[in-house]
Design a protein around this ligand. Structure first.
Ligand code: ANZ
Ligand code: ZN
Length: 819
């Protein structure tokens, strides 16, 4: 042979692995278990460079843990419901299922070619009836626990596409797809009560602190947005119930000069006076065109209209005007705020725009906000504040105010969260049907468990284009929809919405432990054996969606007694992105890199090794800066070294050349540490060094027959099997070892070969030998001087004298001249 034939090796070993089920989880208790999980793929087209990176990283660990003797679960599946399939179907006149399963086939073939060491028997697709039956079953459990409910709410609405949009699909107030100005529409939708778990989602972060990227934890913390403050009751003329406001600064209550309520709240509708109503309604129409993000941004111009009523401050009886203003959100806190312009910038902007009073109640030493236009937020002496006057710290003033509010029965301390309940209904076809039947006499009746799944009707050939209601509410699905009520048997209608696909992905990691189990969503015992996931790998873009939802689901399942842990993912790694020429790959820039073509040109091993070698796993890789061609050259070098080994497999390696053995064992020790520390790129660099050292030993050292060469190449093959699995198998075979390298055992370094070599350093004092000291061969001048002068015998001859000169010939000799 003239060299390593990548294509032939790929062909040969992928077949071998499949036949021998090399990567199947044993699950027989013979070994300690480890669960390695990559975020599953969405089947849009073939695998791309992003997949190549994420799955290469996960595979390094899965393969390493197998070599370390663990029983590894490394499953594969697809997040296969969702909008792109539906859009493709609309565009090409096919069925979403056809497009989806065709792409899954394509990706499955690519995953196999890319040599990801999956256990293919653990495969799942969320759009399979076998899977979504249990998504619906879980929905029923949430429903029973009161964690699923329906309510009217304002949703983003694209008047052109006739559909609701998620917040993420609204860009600068316009529809991401068609550019139309997005408005709000009130719809009746299903929600998960994730807000009930807000505090636990925060508290349980203790368990993953240090093992999840801090960035993700802080994104989740901000998203949940815990805020400590108080409710304060303001009375409004002609309204029996007081209006509660939420404030983080009850200490500033004496400075409240107006109240603002969210224009799109029920409260605004209720309290607005007849005279003020026309202007208010006009304002409301304007507000509905703005996105929440826009409304909250600090540089957004504050607008509002008076509602024509007054509220009474519960501590000083002051009457203040009530306004509607869009910087107040309907679904945060109570949807109403007491405005304290002197100490809150948004309130100050508003007050200045509409000529409302500003009353400073804390002398913070900063410029007067009435003149500067800048609200003051520091500590200082309270003034104009009744019983707070004289207090000098916020903490004390807040505590005092809360005490008084409580005493008077007009307020109390409270905690609010920014997190909202999870809107799960989608007016779409290609998703998991919501298993609810609407009956006129019984209300919302869950489909009984034994009648699940509620399967999607075929609707082949039906028009799936968005119309504002789900295709399941259209004429073609009439028959599917009309059912009898499970409770009273009367005529009833199925719910026509499908679930957000994030519901599907919130529990797939549990299903993987027993993907074909048919007595429940998962075999509780199997989950007990494998979970929590030891290492999860996926993109940071999922920080506040999938990763938060999965944590929520896990806690609910814990409360249902189905799992005995509360955090699903012990460790999380966010891989970087693969970019090109400094920018994200995109069609419009034309800088896309095609994974298939890279593989055709350089082979799987070179592409995988390049991806890993390019940099730390959590940093972006610029494909313009890497060279799969030179990686391929390195792999060829490794192969040639293996092909030159002439000793037998059973040769005694301990008799081998010591200096090469030292290099090998140092590599074993270092590479082990580097993998454990997640520094996979450096692992590749160390393998390169080992190959170079072996080359040198063959050419100008101990020669190819020396057992140390076999030892070096054997470890090279094992280490390479993490990144270049095909080549590693070839090398293993060339070495005459029994297939597969994936079943071999990771070596432990021989400690005696790790201790640094020592040489004897002679110490002369004024021409005479006074000591011989064992030192490292690369001792420095300063170190040599230090150890020499610390020697007892040397000190006898230098005591009381001045060191006038030191001459060294390291590491052999140091000569001290003392007078
Ligand atoms: C009076 C006050 C005085 C406030 C002051 C702040 C400073 P965080 O920290 O984000 O929780 N607020 C309450 N509900 C609101 C809503 N629905 N939309 C917009 N703003 C709202 O913010 C809490 C503060 O934001 C609350 O405290 C309230 O203004 C405002 F010197 O009350 B504050
Ligand atoms: Zn009924």
């Amino acid at each position: 042979t003239t060299g390593y034939d990548a294509a032939a090796a790929q062909e040969k070993w992928s077949k071998y692995w499949e036949e021998h089920r090399t990567f199947a989880a044993l699950d027989d208790g013979s070994k300690e278990r480890r669960y390695v999980l990559d975020m599953f793929a969405y089947p849009s087209g073939d695998l791309h460079m992003g997949h190549a990176e994420a799955f290469a990283i996960g595979d390094v660990l899965a393969r390493y843990w197998r070599l370390r003797g663990f029983d590894v679960l490394h499953p594969v599946g697809w997040d296969s419901f969702g909008l792109p399939a539906e859009n493709a179907a609309i565009k090409h006149g096919t069925h979403p299922a056809e497009w989806t399963y065709h792409n899954i086939d394509t990706q499955a073939a690519s995953f196999k070619r890319y040599a990801v060491s999956f256990d293919w028997s653990m495969r799942l697709h969320t759009s399979d009836e076998e899977y979504y039956r249990w998504t619906q079953w879980l929905f029923n459990r949430f429903f029973e626990k009161g964690l699923t409910y329906r309510k009217d709410s304002w949703a983003n609405w694209c008047p052109n596409d006739q559909t609701v949009l998620a917040n993420e699909q609204v860009k600068d107030g316009c529809c991401e797809r068609c550019g139309a100005v997005v408005t709000k529409r009130q719809l009746n939708q299903w929600y998960f009560r994730i807000t009930d778990y807000a505090q636990r989602l925060l508290d349980d972060m203790d368990q993953i602190e240090g093992t999840w990227p801090e960035r993700v934890l802080s994104m989740q913390r901000n998203w949940i947005g815990r805020s400590e403050g108080a409710y304060v009751d303001f009375t409004i003329d002609g309204r029996a119930e007081p209006v509660k406001v939420f404030t983080t600064r009850p200490d500033t209550l004496y400075g409240a000069t107006f109240m603002v309520v969210a224009p799109d709240s029920a409260l605004a509708q209720e309290v607005v006076s007849d005279e003020a109503r026309p202007a208010f309604e006009a304002y409301l129409d304007e507000v509905k065109k703005k996105s929440e993000i826009e409304r909250q941004s600090t540089d957004h111009e504050k607008t509002g209209v008076p509602l024509g009523v007054e509220a009474t401050n519960p501590v000083n009886g002051a009457k203040i005007p009530v306004w509607a203003g869009d910087y107040v959100l309907a679904d945060y806190g109570t949807g109403a705020v007491m405005a304290v312009p002197a100490h809150d910038q948004r309130d100050l902007d508003f007050a200045r725009a509409y000529g409302i009073d500003v009353i400073p109640v804390i002398d913070t030493g900063e410029a007067d906000p009435r003149e500067s236009g800048i609200a003051t937020t520091g500590d200082g002496a309270y003034q104009n504040s009744g019983f707070l006057d004289g207090i000098t710290t916020k903490a004390e003033a807040i505590a005092k105010m809360c005490e008084v509010l409580k005493e008077k029965g007009v307020g109390e301390p409270t905690v609010t969260y920014r997190l909202r309940d999870w809107l799960l209904s989608r007016q779409r076809f290609w998703g998991c049907p919501i298993p609810i039947i609407h009956c006129e006499s019984c209300g919302d009746v869950p489909v009984p468990d034994d009648q699940l799944p509620v399967t999607l009707p075929d609707l082949r050939g039906a028009d799936l284009a968005p119309k504002g209601t789900s295709p399941l509410a259209g004429d073609e699905a009439k028959e599917w929809r009309s059912v009898s009520c499970p409770s009273c048997g009367g005529p009833a209608q199925r719910d026509t919405d499908t679930m957000d696909t994030f519901v599907d992905s919130s529990w797939y990691f549990l299903r993987y432990c027993s993907p074909h189990y048919d007595e429940g969503p998962f075999d509780v015992e199997a989950v007990r054996r494998w979970m929590p996931v030891a290492q999860y790998i996926g993109g940071v873009e999922h920080a506040t969606m999938h990763l938060l939802y999965s944590r929520f689901f896990t806690k609910v399942l814990h409360d249902l007694g189905m799992v005995d842990f509360t955090e699903p993912f012990q460790r999380l790694m966010n891989q970087g992105q693969v970019i090109n020429e400094g920018r994200a790959m995109s069609k419009s820039l034309g800088n896309g890199v095609d994974l298939g073509k890279q593989i055709d040109e350089f082979g799987v091993d070179a592409v995988r090794t390049t991806v890993i070698f390019a940099g730390p796993p959590d940093e972006d890789i610029d494909w313009a800066d890497v060279s799969p061609a030179s990686t391929l050259k390195f792999l060829q070098r490794a192969w040639r070294v293996a092909s030159e080994v002439t000793s037998d497999p059973d040769v005694d390696v301990t008799a081998g050349d010591v200096s090469l053995r030292r290099v090998t064992h140092r590599s074993i020790a270092d590479i082990t540490d580097l993998i454990e520390g997640g520094r996979y790129n450096v692992v590749v660099a160390r393998i390169m060094e080992l190959v170079n050292a072996t080359r040198k030993a063959i050419d100008s050292g101990c020669g190819p027959a020396d057992p140390a060469v076999r030892e070096a190449v054997t470890f090279t093959a094992q280490a390479l099997s993490l990144v270049a699995p095909y080549l590693a198998e070839e090398m293993w075979e060339i070495l005459g070892l029994e297939a597969s390298v994936a079943n071999s055992q990771w070596p432990t370094p021989d400690e005696t070969l790790l201790v640094a070599e020592e040489v004897t350093m002679v110490v002369q004092v004024t021409g005479k030998v006074r000591a011989k000291i064992q030192v490292s061969p690369d001792i420095t001048e300063d170190e040599a001087r230090e150890v020499a002068l610390a020697d007892a015998n040397v000190q006898r001859f230098t005591k009381g004298k001045e060191i006038v000169k030191v001459i060294t010939r390291l590491p052999k000799m140091i000569s001290i001249v003392a007078k």
